[in-house]
Design a protein around this ligand. Structure first.
Ligand SMILES: [Zn+2]
Length: 183
């Protein structure tokens, strides 16, 4: 990620300035404001069948490679809502349980990736949308072999399944509280 050199509001050259508790942060003397680095936020999910014995891998954009359902978090939307929305939009499935797994900053797209494990209501793939070329359920061990390697999707999938197996994450019911509406 390149370091921001000028203010994104007014174009003034930024100067390094101490911010208590944060260290040295770029500061705009014209706006009199600290300018923290800007990055995007996205989510991806290890998506499990209702019996939690199968994981869903998808192919997109004409590429013959298996990845996970993923998408950007909209401004004003919380990440949990983005997960439910993207799963619905891409493969037409309803998320009924979820757990946060891990986050990773992905430099090539300047994006903070938030990974969730989700369980869907049913495994019916007949409502897939045009955003996805192909979606297929795999028994968990086969999913680990079929996912694109090496990839961030692979690392997330392995981490999510390992944490689930060890009981380090527990998917909880999706409800209106964690789907707090889009502002
Ligand atoms: Zn400024």
């Amino acid at each position: 990620m390149s370091t921001m050199t000028h203010c994104y509001e007014c174009g003034t050259k930024l100067i390094p300035r101490e911010l208590e508790g944060e260290g040295i942060i770029p500061y705009c003397p014209h706006c009199q404001a600290y300018r923290f680095p800007i990055f995007s936020t996205a989510m991806s999910t290890t998506l499990l069948s209702p019996d939690r014995k199968k994981a869903l891998l998808i192919q997109q954009y004409g590429r013959n490679r298996n990845v996970l359902v993923a998408g950007y978090v909209n401004k004003g939307e919380n990440a949990e809502h983005a997960v439910v929305r993207e799963v619905q939009e891409e493969v037409g499935l309803k998320v009924v349980q979820m757990a946060f797994v891990k986050s990773t900053y992905f430099a090539p797209s300047n994006t903070l990736m938030l990974h969730f494990l989700t369980v869907v209501e049913d495994d019916d793939l007949s409502h897939m949308t045009a955003e996805v070329d192909k979606a297929q359920w795999y028994p968990l061990e086969q999913a680990k072999e079929a996912v694109l390697t090496p990839s961030l999707a692979q690392r997330f999938l392995f981490t999510a399944l390992q944490k689930l197996e060890r009981g380090e994450i527990v998917p909880v019911d999706v409800n209106t509280e964690n789907l707090w509406p889009v502002e």
